[in-house]
Design a protein around this ligand. Structure first.
Ligand code: NAP
Ligand code: GLV
Length: 326
């Protein structure tokens, strides 16, 4: 009889994925609704063929070394900045992620934050709930127009492009900056124009971040970049917290260097720069980009498939380090 691979899962996934994993693998998993400590992950990977982990787990070389039998690190996320991919490649361990299936839900969340920050919905909600609302007023909670405004997208991969497609419905001008420029046909098809980062920051009413987090994008948006933005502009971040210098963002929001922000991600999750909690011009979501039942189930199924295929010695479809097989 074929032996089942030993899989260590760092936190429970949606039921469909748990069923598949329990049937196809000798599964050990964290049954508590919390992140595991490094020590717990070190213990868990010992003897495991597959590690199925989350964006909240830092998978460094020490963990990879402790998982001497690991045949895969399967991340339940599209971003994989939590994994030392270089170290995994050196150890010939394939690393996989979950691209595509969360593109639409994350683009939708970007729009939820953009519209909330622009039209002060959460701020108004606070006013109503705290019984401070005295009735309609001509100058009350005035926000920014979305229709016809200029949207600047920083990072123009799957999610950046999905956000651009949604902007058509608001008759927006869409400009983008990214590492790789699209060809003119693709730009025309999406109705977008390329800009340098500086141009984009100076021109946009809404700046939305969609770059992957890597050495080049840490603090891509810092004090200087925030000062280049319009004082009426809004910054949206659904990418990764460290792409923005959070201390500089607080200063910009307090001083009026920019008007508002809509944030889903933070530099030191779950902690925020303390002053952010008190700023009315920041809408703060708890990393909800992919948080729909359908999307999380698709992500789980994808992560499980990546994990089981790699454990079976097959090349997984969503491999981020093909050199692991060289
Ligand atoms: P993607 O298709 O790989 O897009 C990433 C974009 O970033 C690409 O256009 C890429 O350029 C660009 N980029 C990477 N490094 C860069 C650099 N150094 N300078 C300039 N541009 C750079 O990924 P995606 O699926 O759109 O996801 C984007 C990110 O969103 C993920 O990495 C993740 O961190 C985040 N995310 C967050 C949530 C959430 O819950 N808030 C959900 C999903 C994803 P190239 O085309 O040259 O590679
Ligand atoms: C979520 O943040 C992801 O990268 O999937």
């Amino acid at each position: 009889m074929k032996t089942k691979p030993k899989v260590f899962l760092t936190r429970e996934l949606p039921p469909e994925c748990m069923r598949q994993l329990s049937e196809s693998a000798e599964l050990t998993y964290n049954r508590e609704d919390r992140c595991l400590s490094k020590e717990e992950i070190l213990l868990g990977v010992a003897g495991a063929d597959g590690l199925l982990c989350l964006l909240t787990d830092t998978i460094d070389d020490e963990i990879l070394a402790a998982g001497a039998d690991l045949r895969v690190v399967s991340n339940f996320a599209v971003g994989f900045n939590n994994i030392d991919v270089e170290a995994a490649t050196k150890r010939r361990i394939p690393v996989t992620n979950t691209p595509g299936v969360l593109t639409d839900s994350t683009a939708d969340m970007t729009w939820a934050l953009l519209m909330d920050a622009a039209r002060r919905v959460t701020e108004g909600d606070r006013l109503v709930r705290t019984k401070q609302w005295g009735g309609w007023g001509p100058l009350q909670l005035l926000g920014a127009d979305i229709t016809g405004a200029t949207l600047g997208l920083v990072g123009f991969g799957r999610i950046g492009q999905a956000v651009a497609r949604r902007a058509k419905g608001f008759d927006m001008k869409v400009v983008y900056w990214s590492r790789t420029r699209l060809n003119p046909e693709e730009e025309a098809c999406l109705g977008v124009e390329y800009r340098s980062l500086d141009q984009l920051l100076g021109e946009s009413d809404f700046v939305s971040l969609h770059v992957a987090l890597n050495e080049q994008t840490v603090h891509l948006i810092g004090r200087k970049e925030l000062e280049k933005m319009k004082s009426s502009a809004c910054l949206i971040n659904t990418a990764r917290g460290p792409v923005v210098d959070e201390k500089a963002l607080v200063v910009a929001l307090k001083s009026g260097a920019i008007a508002s922000a809509g944030l889903d991600v933070y530099e030191r999750e779950p902690l925020l720069e303390p002053e952010l909690y008190d700023l009315d011009n920041a809408v703060l979501a708890p990393h909800l980009g992919s948080a729909t039942i359908g999307t999380r189930t698709k992500m789980g199924n994808m992560a499980v498939e990546n994990c089981l295929l790699a454990c079976a010695g097959k090349m997984p479809p969503n491999l981020v380090n093909p050199d692991a097989y060289v």
